[in-house]
Design a protein around this ligand. Structure first.
Ligand SMILES: [Zn+2]
Length: 452
C-alpha cells in the first residue's frame, strides 16, 4: 500500500466505461474521447485501449472470484468492446467473438483522418500556404448522439469529435507536408466534412498595407458600376492588376476615409489596405507589384505598397474619426472682397467647432445627423478679387464643400456665413491625411515583401 494514497476514481472511470459499452459499441478512439481530459500527451486511441484492457482485467478478476453477474456483463459487452475482449471471450466460451462496429464512427475514424489529411495535402499544393487551421463540419445526427451519450453516462472529462478531428487532422497534415497549424493568423482554413470526407481549402485574405494618390479628378474610390460600365474610373480598378499577380478572386479597398469623386488626393496620399480575397499566391513581391499597378493605371492613380498587414489595420482605418485631414480648396466668392477682409473674417473660424447636418447632396443615401467637427486651422491667399485659395486642417469627416457654402444654413459656422456673401468651392484636393494610430505590420516568415 502507498501510505496516504486514496484512489477510487479509477473505479468511476471503469464504471462509466462499462456503462457506455453496455449501451453501445465504441472503438478505442471513440471510447477514449469520453475521458480525453484525463492524462496528458496521449491520444484518445491509447486512452480507450487502456480503459478497455483495464475493464477486461477487472471483470476477469471478478469472474475468477466466481461473480456470476460479472460473467454475464462481460459476455454482454464483449462484442461492444471488440478485439480487447476476444481472448477472454474465447477462454470463457470456446467461440470467436463477433465485434460490433463503433456507433459513432463505424470504426472508420482512423482511416478518415488519414484520408482527409492526404486529400488536404494534395489540395494545399495549389495554394501558397504555410500556416493553416482545420475546420470541421459535423453531421447533426452524430453530434446529437455524442451529446446524448455524454448526458446519459455522466461524462465530465470528455471532448467533442469535432475538437478531436480538428486536432488529429491538423497533426497529420503537419506530418505529411511542410506546413504548420496556426490559430492566430492562418493563411488558409481547411474545411473538412464529417463523415462525408469532403475537403475544401479556403485561403485567408491577403492584406497589403499602403498609400494611394489620386492625381486626376472624376475618379471614385470604390468601383462604381452602372448599366453601361463603371460610372467613373476608380482607385479600386487601378488596384486590379493585383488580382492577376496574387491570382485572387476579388479585391476590396479599406481606406482611411475617402474624398469626393471630383477631389484629387495629393500630398501625403491616403493610407489604404488592399484586401485580396482567396489568393492562390501569397508570396508576392510588393515592389514588383507596385510597379505593375502604377504602370497600368496610366498615372491617374498611384499606389505605394508598404508591407503586409492584417484585419486589425482594416478595423483601425474604419475607425479613423480621430485622424485629421488637410484640404486645399479654391473658393469663388459672391463679391470681390479684399484678401485683408477675408483673412480677418476667417480668423474666427480657427479652432471653431463646426455643426454640420448631413449635406443636402448626400441626404438621399445618408441619414440626416448632426456632426460636430473641429476646424483646426485655415490659411488663405488671394488669387484675384473674389477668388481665394485656402489650406484647411480639420477633423476627418467634416464636409469641406459645405463648410465653404454653408449648405443653406445646415453647416454652421461656415466660410460664406462669416464673410456675409456666397462662397463656392470650385476645386478641392485632399493634401494630407494624418493617421490616428500606426497600422500593424505582419512579418510572415518567408514572405518576400518590400525590405525594411
Ligand atoms: Zn469510433
Amino acid at each position: 500500500m502507498v501510505k496516504g494514497l486514496r484512489l477510487g476514481s479509477e473505479a468511476l472511470i471503469l464504471e462509466k466505461a462499462a456503462s457506455l459499452l453496455y449501451s453501445s459499441p465504441l472503438c478505442d478512439r471513440c471510447l477514449g474521447r469520453f475521458f480525453a481530459r484525463l492524462g496528458y500527451g496521449w491520444d484518445n486511441r491509447l486512452r480507450g485501449a487502456s480503459i478497455k484492457a483495464l475493464l477486461v482485467m477487472s471483470l476477469h478478476a471478478r469472474i475468477r472470484e466466481g461473480d456470476e453477474r460479472a460473467r454475464e456483463v462481460f459476455l454482454e459487452i464483449a462484442g461492444n468492446i471488440g478485439a480487447k475482449a476476444s481472448g477472454l471471450y474465447r477462454e470463457l466460451t470456446g467461440g470467436d467473438l463477433e465485434a460490433k462496429p463503433c456507433i459513432l464512427c463505424g470504426g472508420n475514424i482512423e482511416e478518415f483522418i488519414e484520408n482527409v489529411a492526404r486529400k488536404a495535402v494534395r489540395l494545399l499544393k495549389s495554394y501558397d500556404v504555410s500556416r493553416f487551421v482545420v475546420g470541421v463540419r459535423l453531421n447533426k445526427e452524430i453530434r446529437e448522439l455524442e451529446e446524448r451519450l455524454k448526458m446519459e453516462h455522466g461524462i465530465e472529462y470528455g471532448e467533442s469529435i469535432k475538437a478531436e478531428l480538428r486536432r488529429e487532422i491538423g497533426k497529420r497534415i503537419q506530418k505529411l507536408a511542410s506546413v504548420e497549424v496556426d490559430f492566430s493568423s492562418p493563411e488558409a482554413t481547411i474545411l473538412v466534412d464529417y463523415p462525408s470526407g469532403e475537403v475544401d481549402v479556403k485561403p485567408s485574405s491577403l492584406f497589403v498595407r499602403g498609400t494611394y494618390w489620386k492625381k486626376g479628378r472624376m475618379i471614385s474610390q470604390a468601383y462604381w458600376p452602372s448599366p453601361t460600365g463603371p460610372r467613373y474610373y476608380s482607385v479600386e480598378q487601378a488596384s486590379w492588376p493585383l488580382l492577376r499577380i496574387a491570382r485572387a478572386e476579388r479585391v476590396v479597398l479599406h481606406a482611411m476615409g475617402r474624398e469626393d469623386v471630383d477631389a484629387r488626393m495629393l500630398g501625403t496620399g491616403r493610407p489604404v489596405v488592399v484586401e485580396l480575397k482567396q489568393p492562390m499566391k501569397r508570396r508576392i513581391n510588393l515592389e514588383e507589384a507596385e510597379k505593375v499597378v502604377n504602370r497600368e493605371s496610366g498615372s491617374l492613380v498611384e499606389f505605394r505598397f508598404e508591407g503586409f498587414t492584417d484585419r486589425k489595420t482594416v478595423i483601425l482605418y474604419k475607425e479613423d474619426a480621430s485622424s485629421t485631414k488637410v484640404y486645399k480648396a479654391l473658393i469663388l466668392l459672391g463679391e470681390p472682397i479684399s484678401v485683408e477682409e477675408v483673412l480677418k473674417a476667417l480668423e474666427s473660424l480657427r479652432g471653431a467647432v463646426i455643426n454640420q447636418w448631413t449635406p443636402q447632396r448626400v441626404l438621399h443615401r445618408r441619414a440626416n445627423v448632426l456632426r460636430r467637427k473641429r476646424l483646426h486651422d485655415i490659411r488663405c491667399t488671394g488669387v484675384m478679387p473674389g477668388l481665394i485659395e485656402c489650406l484647411i486642417k480639420a477633423d476627418a469627416g467634416l464636409y469641406i464643400k459645405e463648410l465653404v457654402s454653408g449648405d443653406n444654413g445646415r453647416t454652421n459656422p461656415s466660410i460664406a456665413g462669416v464673410l456675409g456673401t456666397g462662397a463656392q468651392c470650385i476645386e478641392l484636393d485632399v493634401v494630407g491625411v494624418e493617421p490616428a494610430a500606426a497600422p500593424s505590420t505582419v512579418h510572415p516568415g518567408e514572405l518576400t515583401g518590400r525590405p525594411g
